[in-house]
Design a binder for this molecule. Sequence first.
Ligand SMILES: *Cc1c(COP(=O)(O)O)cnc(C)c1O
Length: 374
Amino acid sequence: MTAPEPTGASVRLRPEIAALPAYRQGRPAPADGFKLSSNENPFDPLPSVAAAVSDAASHLNRYPDASALALRERLAARHDVSVDEVLVGAGSVSLLAQLIAAAAGPGDEVVYSWRSFEAYPGLVTVAGATSVTVPNNADHGHDLDAMAAAVTDRTRVVIVCSPNNPTGTIVTAVEFEAFMSKVPSDRLVLLDEAYIEFVRDEPEAVGRAVDGTALLGRYPNLVVLRTFSKAYGLAGLRVGYAIGAVPILDAARSTAIPLGVTATASAGAIASLEPDAEAELLNRVDVIVERRDRLRAALVEQGWPVPVAQGNFVWLPTGNETTAVAERLFDAGLVTRAFPLDGIRVSVGEEESVDTLLRILGELVPVSQEGRPA
Ligand SMILES: *Cc1c(COP(=O)(O)O)cnc(C)c1O
């Protein structure tokens, strides 16, 4: 008998976990290219934020404050809630994992729209629960009626993503309130608002976008998730927060790996909330929003059926041509996020990337007819 190869292949793992697609980060951008694949903020950190982070780094021999109290105090004051109604995590993806695990386990269902944020399916599986996905509507947004109808006795969590990653659509306040009135009040609703700072309302066309923080008092089963990764440009620091009812957040805290939010992360987030810093960061958001709207208008002009984009990215419904279009963009130095057979998400990045994007996509419109709705 030969000894088994020491590959680890025979170790008994949870089969549903072993079957998950391994995480592969997008390809790095070529030297003179642009990484438009992770919805990162193209601006460098503010000097005041970088200074706060490096000051905090001189205490790296110490553990951080486990509850990130100083940051929670700042967030609680701003959103007019108590400190215990704010939970801080190592990115809002961490908080999603914690909240899902707190509410749903084996035999339980988690409902969300699809296509939406790629992290949702894996987080549900890791919790041991089952995903129930509801197809996006023809406009690439959530079908909230169908989502409410998908709630069964087994449903423990419903996730609403507005603006939706990767399609950029929003849920309006009116739609969301109608949805909440149909979901039983003992089921957790997570409203993922990672991109809310980029929303610009178009009142006549679609109605005002939902803002979960304005609704927390009304719906005790609602938890709102926000992040410093996108508008605040701190993706590398890993810090996000949840606001909601204390018993829910306490349960979510119990599922966390302790001390995930470092002191450097808290310091960077707090420095970003200083009035001068925040004003400058929100000016940058305005710059990205202007660039996004200009990019989308030009793409629509070229013939691309790009949905109204309310995040820091645009969605190209490329269908069967997805891989081919993404390769062409890559060859031109633009790394994007392709979802084969479905579409491509392109982050709104450096101004210098816009011309190349429009030049390549302008050449590809005819090839992409297949991906276009009739
Ligand atoms: C980016 C993103 C998040 C948050 O990411 P973190 O960096 O973990 O805070 C959450 N939800 C969606 C839909 C996102 O796109």
